[in-house]
Write a protein of this length. Sequence first.
Length: 70
Amino acid sequence: MATLFAVMGLGPVELLIVGGVILLLFGSRLPKVMRSLGEGIVEFKRGVQGIEGDSQVDRPVDSSRVESHR
């Protein structure tokens, strides 16, 4: 990642300046965006855990669908 910034010619001071400008331009909307991002990540994790839980849990067998071999 550091090589990417080196190729672009951005040092730590320039990155701080760019970050400050972004904060000034989008500062009022930033908390709302971060909150939405956090909620999205939490929802994604719940979905992944649900998928993992479905594959690991032995589901009860419906006896009416099981064919007897007698």
